[in-house]
Design a protein around this ligand. Sequence first.
Ligand SMILES: NC(=O)C1=CN([C@@H]2O[C@H](COP(=O)(O)OP(=O)(O)OC[C@H]3O[C@@H](n4cnc5c(N)ncnc54)[C@H](OP(=O)(O)O)[C@@H]3O)[C@@H](O)[C@H]2O)[C@@H](O)CC1
Ligand SMILES: Nc1ncnc2c1ncn2[C@@H]1O[C@H](COP(=O)(O)OP(=O)(O)O)[C@@H](O)[C@H]1O
Ligand SMILES: [Mg+2]
Length: 275
Amino acid sequence: MQSITAELVHQTIIRRPAESHKGTYGRLMLIGGNQNYGGAIIMAATAAVLSGAGLVTVATDASNFTSLHAQLPEAMVVDYHQTEFVSQLLKTMDVIVIGPGLGTDQLATHLLSTVLAHVQANQRLVIDGSALTLLATRQQPLPAVPIVVTPHQMEWQRLSGLKIADQTPTANHLAQQRLGVTAVVKAHHTTIYTDDRVWFNPGGTPAMATGGMGDTLAGMIGGFTAQFKDFTNAILSAVYLHSEIADDLAQSRYVVLPHQISAEIPKYMHRYSLN
Ligand SMILES: NC(=O)C1=CN([C@@H]2O[C@H](COP(=O)(O)OP(=O)(O)OC[C@H]3O[C@@H](n4cnc5c(N)ncnc54)[C@H](OP(=O)(O)O)[C@@H]3O)[C@@H](O)[C@H]2O)[C@@H](O)CC1
Ligand SMILES: Nc1ncnc2c1ncn2[C@@H]1O[C@H](COP(=O)(O)OP(=O)(O)O)[C@@H](O)[C@H]1O
Ligand SMILES: [Mg+2]
């Protein structure tokens, strides 16, 4: 098992080339946020925008549009009931994040199936939250595109079949190999499984134990994978920074809220991008 290091993050978060524009930094769609869980997709989208994704579109229940825009006017929106329009937009995306607050009803199942049926080799896919619960019930193999799943321990139990007590690094790695996707298994100390390696995230604090913390990580991973070429390093850097920011904030706070992490992301990325 190898620890993610500040050096790896430093190498990943490069200084932006002057000759660039919003398209350079990735088109990202986040799909989620039903009538009950609008906050989840708002937190994920906020993290994605503050992580530097160039163009962010949120496919969500229309009841979330106003609250999303009140906090994040940078994001575009589409009603996720307009499934044909969502399908068309999906083709234009570099990264798709599906699951935060999606729920597990018929529409959610349909949206996940649509994404899995149409995702292309040049796109990257982040599967989180409810979409993982749905994925666990699917029989079909996953498409051969860069995919990262971000389960907490119960979601990982559903997806891998491993009971929480049996989720050892060796068992998790075997399960990851069966699934054939990168797996970020979230816990007090998160571990990340790629085809050839097991990574360990050194950061993390119980001050992070607030609903929305994982939604924020999913948005960060979306934002990082939209900008940084190396898929694995982009994921590892997002995981590292998410908990590093939390650890720093927790020096003077009993709890750290997801939006407080998002607010710090640009400062930390700036620091890591310096020589
Ligand atoms: N503001 C919003 O809109 C928010 C919306 N959200 C959205 O809600 C959707 C459902 O996601 P979910 O994670 O809340 O529910 P689910 O998948 O049933 O898992 C919970 C079950 O697993 C168990 N458990 C065991 N180990 C665990 C662990 N390490 N970490 C966590 N749980 C662990 C746990 O055990 P217990 O707490 O009872 O001990 C419980 O039995 C999803 O789309 C998400 O994005 C949330 O993000 C919140 C903020
Ligand atoms: N005690 C803890 N120590 C370290 N990290 C934690 C702790 N509790 C929660 N976290 C982190 O918070 C996030 C929780 O993710 P998740 O359960 O998916 O949240 P949500 O779905 O509510 O957004 C993960 O990144 C996890 O590692
Ligand atoms: Mg979650």
